[in-house]
Design a binder for this molecule. Structure first.
Ligand code: UD2
Ligand code: MN
Length: 429
């Protein structure tokens, strides 16, 4: 299913030809073009002269979400493949995707998305060590796999689980697509639907994967080459707000904090999507976050030493220190294991790294994690620095005591890019 609005004919043809040339013929039932009310109806009509190509044309502009639903509804095959209208599929792109679905039809799979150069239209390989990510404003971004995730990938053909897909290029079992509620048909034009379908797939019993053996080139554009009838920002807000309201539970507060313009904006009726979620008995958004997708757990290392907590006799809460790293069978000692959470806390069970006075040299302590009003407990990863967000100072160590019995204490200090004592390696497993 390929939807398009005012795509260049040559680009559309490149997409379709590559599919025909590089896919075993018996694996294509049909190629469904959905012309989303482009200015020239001939683009679609003429391409339908090619074998297996069908053309549907909307009577008014609908946007890519409703157009994809249209295409999916008329599709006769058991498996749906969605592509943007400016792609070039690579050699053997489809088989590795279909195989994953044949083994388990609840998987929703994407190829690695290569780059078709915007100016020259040359095909350029992209990194295959990426997965999808996003921030609280519901802005999609590619995320580098951590060195440890990479090290664990002994087999480079292994699928990469991803919290979210870019949105345009994926394969899904048709019955599964229908069962999960297709798309939210009240979303307009462009944007947000990739969050909605990604959250829904994970929370309602499926999974999302990027398959490194499958590669498809795509023209990434700097701006939209088409008009948004209601305005670009309004449309993005409507679509993402619907997603946040239906799927994000109490975490929608982070969306509104990151995107204040969404507050009080109309977003239509969501009742049928809320009912869908109930009917499918989907997990909570917290489950999605906790499901090791957005969490990272591992050790926090400075050269050969690791951040550690230990109980002390005269204090109620454990204290922090820097000690030689302990690992056995690739896993770190419990006292040296930390979790970096979706809301920027660095935690160990119910305790969080916290700073209560915001001066250079202020101590870093362990104290009970707070769910809200927790600025003192938020840390950002900035290169090899761990920046305390409220003070904008960096996690640092200071040596105290005389040379024989010196220990390292954890403090915050103004960030200095050359200070070795501020360099941290978050070795996440
Ligand atoms: C990405 C996705 C895209 C979609 C979008 C979020 C990839 C490679 N692309 O943006 O598929 O998930 O994020 O919504 O993952 N189109 C219509 N009607 C419209 C507007 C667009 O049919 O009103 C078509 C358009 O011609 C194209 C497809 O929808 O074939 C996606 O649009 P895009 O290429 O502008 O989106 P992109 O790649 O920036
Ligand atoms: Mn595109």
């Amino acid at each position: 299913v390929i939807t398009f609005h005012n795509e260049a004919r040559s680009t559309l043809l490149r997409t379709i030809r590559s599919v025909m040339n590089r896919t075993p013929v018996h694996l294509i039932h049909e190629i469904i073009l959905v012309d989303d009310f482009s200015d020239d109806p001939d683009d679609c009509r003429l391409l339908a002269k090619l074998p297996k190509v069908k053309c549907l044309r909307n009577r008014q502009r609908e946007g890519l979400i409703r157009s994809r639903i249209q295409g999916a509804d008329v599709a006769q095959a058991g498996v749906l493949t969605f592509l943007d209208s400016h792609c070039e599929v690579n050699k053997d792109w489809l088989l590795p995707l279909l195989q994953r679905i044949k083994e388990d039809p609840t998987r929703v799979v994407s190829p690695v998305i290569d780059i078709i150069n915007l100016d020259t239209f040359a095909y350029v390989a992209a990194s295959s060590d990426l997965r999808g990510g996003f921030d609280w404003s519901l802005h999609f971004k590619w995320e580098q796999l951590s060195p440890e995730q990479k090290a664990k990938r002994l087999d480079p053909t292994k699928p990469i689980k991803t919290p979210i897909i870019a949105g345009g290029l994926f394969v899904i079992d048709k019955a599964w697509f229908n069962h999960l509620g297709k798309y939210d048909n009240a979303m307009d034009i462009w944007g947000g639907e990739n969050f909605e379908i990604s959250f829904r797939v994970w929370m309602c019993g499926g999974s999302l994967e990027i398959i490194p053996c499958s590669r498809v080139g795509h023209v990434f554009r700097k701006k939209h080459p088409y008009v948004f009838p209601e305005g670009n920002a309004n449309t993005y807000i409507k679509n993402t707000k619907r997603t946040a309201e239906v799927w994000m539970d109490e975490f929608k507060q982070y969306y509104y904090a990151a995107r204040p313009a969404a507050q009080g904006r109309p977003y239509g009726n969501i009742q049928s999507r809320v009912e869908l979620r109930k009917r499918l008995k989907c997990h909570s958004f917290k489950w999605y976050l906790d499901n090791e997708l957005l969490y990272q757990t591992g050790m926090i290392r400075q050269r050969q030493s690791c951040l550690e907590s230990h109980k002390s006799e005269d204090q109620e809460l454990p204290i922090l220190s820097l000690n030689p790293c302990i690992t056995s069978k690739g896993t770190s000692a419990i006292a040296q294991e930390w979790t970096y959470t979706y809301n920027h806390q660095v935690r160990q069970q119910q305790l969080c790294l916290s700073v209560y006075t915001l001066f250079p040299g202020s101590p870093v302590l362990l104290s009970p994690c707070k769910e809200s009003d927790n600025k003192q407990q938020q840390w950002g990863k900035v290169g090899s620095h761990l920046e305390h967000i409220a003070s904008r100072f960096c996690l640092d160590t200071e040596t105290v005591g005389d040379t024989n019995e010196s220990t390292k204490e954890l403090v915050i200090n103004p960030c200095e890019s050359t200070a070795m004592s501020q360099r941290w390696d978050m070795v996440m497993s």
